[in-house]
Design a protein around this ligand. Structure first.
Ligand SMILES: [Zn+2]
Length: 421
């Protein structure tokens, strides 16, 4: 006979209340998939304001089942440099913040986004089930994740085990465009939470991510001098060819700085071929593994900008920055991964981690000192494409994982990482 049985604990150390909650979550998988399909049927591309409102209403209603306050927070507009170099503002949807037991000594942060990369006119809108998978826009990234986050929190509340733990849920509308509006909310949340849980999908083979590079999006606006090709070609200063030279110099940085990548995404500008074009923009992305590499990369880019700016009738102005700071695998992140691995073992999951060059809200939480695991969503793949899918069996599995983390933290069975220094 199991000697623990008399104490009301099974061999994983769960109390009867926790065991009940885990059994309920096993049963809740199908309903969670149905809710995900309903949510994914609402288009919520990052700039689709009316649709984002509809989605926010659905989320507010669903998350109001938690015993806390639900607020909608207006976000400041995002800025975008147009191809003529003019900076314009674009309105964003609301963030949603739910706070439960804000007075508790231990505070956790749970974050996710309800925008997707698919605008309303994109062909990929239909949601369907086939071959043990859900297919549709956002089923994995991340409406499925939001659904299991809610499942786990509801089970945690019903179990009565969470009295000593408070938490804030932040649901954002602008993650897929780099969190320009919600970055300050994420930073404030990361500054006060002891541990973060974010619901990006796990990899297609079920891995979680423990470390991420930092990522910055930049736009260089180049201004030259317009001239008629036939009458005064020599007086012109061609902004398009200057932008092309700048882009080639950026590309040449690849392989020179350890771990740093520089991708030129677009050169825009110019017009009729009988005019020397006076305006062009270069859009590019930098990724770097840590703060030192970011400083080195930024210095290299700055030298290229200085070389162009003011030279021979040209001017150059750089916009943008590292909106996603790096999330290196330091001691606190190692401890965060160990916590999640231990929680997985208690429910029979053998979880593995790897690093990624991709970025998400977990980067922002880590930069504010909050150790976090940011791939606690469903298992899925084909992200940001019309092949996106979510594994149906992972809904119950990963909801149980989140519950096991929450229960383990609340019962002190799983030690929390220190904050990131
Ligand atoms: Zn995502």
């Amino acid at each position: 006979m199991d000697p623990m049985a008399d104490l009301g604990q099974d061999d994983a150390g769960f109390t009867p209340a926790a065991r009940n909650a885990l059994a309920e979550l096993e049963e809740a998988g199908l309903a969670s998939q149905a809710r995900t399909m309903a949510w994914a049927s609402v288009n919520s591309g990052s700039y689709e304001l009316a649709n984002l409102q509809v989605m926010a209403d659905l989320l507010c209603e669903a998350f109001s089942a938690l015993p806390g306050s639900v607020e909608r927070l207006a976000l400041p507009p995002a800025q975008r440099v147009r191809s003529d170099g003019v900076v314009e503002e674009r309105a964003l949807g609301d963030a949603i913040r739910i706070q439960v037991r804000p007075q508790a000594a231990l505070q956790l942060a749970l974050t996710g986004h309800y925008d997707t990369v698919f605008p309303a006119q994109h062909a990929f809108q239909h949601v369907r089930e086939a071959d043990g998978r859900l297919h549709g826009p956002g089923v994995a990234d991340m409406k499925g994740g939001l659904s299991i986050m809610l499942d786990a929190l509801l089970a945690f509340e019903r179990s009565g085990l969470g009295r000593g733990v408070g938490y804030t849920v932040l649901l954002s509308s602008d993650e897929e465009i780099g969190s320009p509006g919600s970055a300050t909310l994420l930073a404030a949340l990361g500054a006060q939470a002891r541990f973060g849980m974010t619901y990006e999908p796990a990899t297609p083979d079920g891995f979680l991510i423990d470390a991420r590079k930092g990522s910055g999006n930049f736009t260089l606006v180049v201004r030259g001098r317009a001239a008629h090709v036939g009458r005064a070609f020599e007086q012109g200063r061609n902004a398009v060819t200057a932008a092309a030279r700048f882009a080639a110099a950026l590309d040449a940085l690849n392989g020179r700085l350890p771990g740093v990548t520089c991708n030129v995404g677009a050169i825009e500008g110019g017009g009729p071929v009988n005019m020397v074009p006076d305006r062009a923009v270069v859009r590019f992305n930098l990724r770097a593994p840590d703060k030192v590499a970011i400083q080195t990369a930024l210095a290299a880019v700055d030298r290229l900008v200085q070389d162009l700016d003011g030279s021979d009738g040209f001017s150059a102005r750089l916009h943008g920055g590292f909106g996603r700071p790096p999330k290196p695998l330091g001691p606190a992140q190692q401890a965060a991964a160990a916590l999640v691995r231990a929680a997985g073992r208690r429910i029979g999951l053998d979880l593995a981690f790897r690093a990624s060059g991709g970025v998400c809200e977990g980067n922002n939480l880590a930069a504010a000192g909050c150790p976090n695991i940011d791939t606690l969503g469903v298992v899925g793949g084909g992200l940001h494409s019309d092949e996106e899918w979510a594994l149906k069996s992972s809904f119950a599995e990963r909801a149980r994982l989140s519950f096991a983390i929450l229960e383990g933290v609340a019962s002190h069975a799983l030690p929390l990482p220190e904050r990131i220094a």
